[in-house]
Design a protein around this ligand. Structure first.
Ligand code: PHE
Length: 342
């Protein structure tokens, strides 16, 4: 009886599995439960073993195993067949049509600030400067105190920045690198330091994040004449030979004497336009002879050595070179703006 039922179950189940179609492949799982589940047909028949004559048991046991194995194999054959078909369908749907015409690539351009940095580095390196960098998260000491700007001094107002804590801040000027390099290097040396700087400032010509390029020369007989001639060459190479340059007296705590430098507006060539607000000239940088106090704080003998320093606003330089009226354009990442900069 049991043997016949097992034979019947095997034949019928194999047929049932065989007839399952791809579209109704979920039926396979149901059939599995129907056969192997807790109350499944094979499970129930196997329980009949206990009533079989002990002599017959090995034969019946072997038959049960054979039925189980055949059905399991059939299941896995069928499942593999369906899986292969699913994969084929997926590949077919994902096929890439390489003959389809492309949408065209948007070409970027070098950002005006990167462009100015590259140009300035190129000019300065040819004049013998080395390029160095310093940290943007800086100590109060290097950013202010070593630059002869003591704590609570009113001259700090001009450079209000972002403080991480009482002694750590986002550097407000690349001049901080001067102090670091003077401590580390033995004079004579010539360095420039381009980099990001930060101030609590925001309008059409100021951004809380901006860029400066600091220059520093330390040697035995450095004078204001060297500074002026060097800056004149630098400006003419950057803005063109016909650029006129104006030096004005100014004040910085870390230079003495100090100057500010203006260039003739390259957009209107000094006639006066919107960019230079009708003045024909544009203020570009601060500079001066390094204050002996600053040299001494960095451990440089101020009796033997003198130095000059200058600090460019690179955003401003980029705006002047490209006739850009609002600093915000430099930070919006609008591809249409960058495309015009090509
Ligand atoms: N660090 C000054 C500023 O940010 C510019 C400067 C640099 C002036 C070097 C003199 C010498 O305003």
């Amino acid at each position: 009886m049991l043997i016949e039922e097992l034979d019947k179950l095997k034949i019928e189940t194999l047929k049932e599995i065989e007839y399952v179609q791809y579209d109704s492949r979920k039926d396979l799982a149901e059939i599995k439960v129907k056969i192997f589940g807790k109350n499944g047909a094979l499970t129930v028949l196997s329980k009949g073993m206990k009533d079989v004559d002990p002599q017959e048991r090995p034969r019946v046991g072997a038959l049960i195993n054979d039925v189980r194995k055949s059905i399991e194999e059939k299941f896995s054959d069928k499942e593999n067949e369906f899986k292969a078909r699913e994969l084929n369908e997926k590949l077919e749907n994902e096929k890439v049509d390489i003959t389809e015409p492309s949408k065209g690539q948007k070409k970027g351009a070098i950002h005006p600030i990167s462009d100015v940095i590259d140009k300035m580095i190129d000019i300065c390196v040819k004049m013998g400067f080395s390029v160095v960098e310093g940290p943007e998260v800086e100590s109060d000491y290097y950013n202010f105190e070593a630059m002869n700007i003591p704590k609570n001094h009113p001259s700090r107002d001009m450079q209000d920045t972002f403080f991480i804590n009482e002694n750590i801040l986002l550097r407000s000027q690349t001049s901080a690198v001067q102090a670091r390099e003077m401590e580390m290097r033995k004079p004579p040396f010539k360095i420039i330091c381009p980099g990001k700087t930060y101030r609590n400032d925001s309008d059409s010509t100021h951004s809380p994040i901006f860029h400066q390029l600091e220059g520093l020369v330390i040697d035995e007989n450095v004078s204001m004449a060297d500074l002026k001639s060097m800056l004149t060459i630098l400006m003419k190479r950057l803005f063109g030979e016909d650029t006129s340059i104006r030096f004005r007296p100014s004040f910085f705590p870390f230079t003495e004497p100090s100057i500010e430098v203006d260039v003739s507006c390259p957009t209107c060539h000094g006639k006066g336009c919107g960019l230079c607000k009708g003045t024909g000239m544009l203020e570009l940088l601060g500079a001066g002879i390094v204050n002996p106090k600053v040299l001494e704080m960095a451990g440089i003998d101020s009796k033997k050595y003198r130095g000059f320093a200058f600090g460019f606003g690179l955003d401003r330089t980029a705006m002047i070179l490209n006739s850009i009226g609002n600093i915000k354009y430099l930070y919006k990442n609008d591809i249409r703006f960058l495309e015009q900069m090509k």
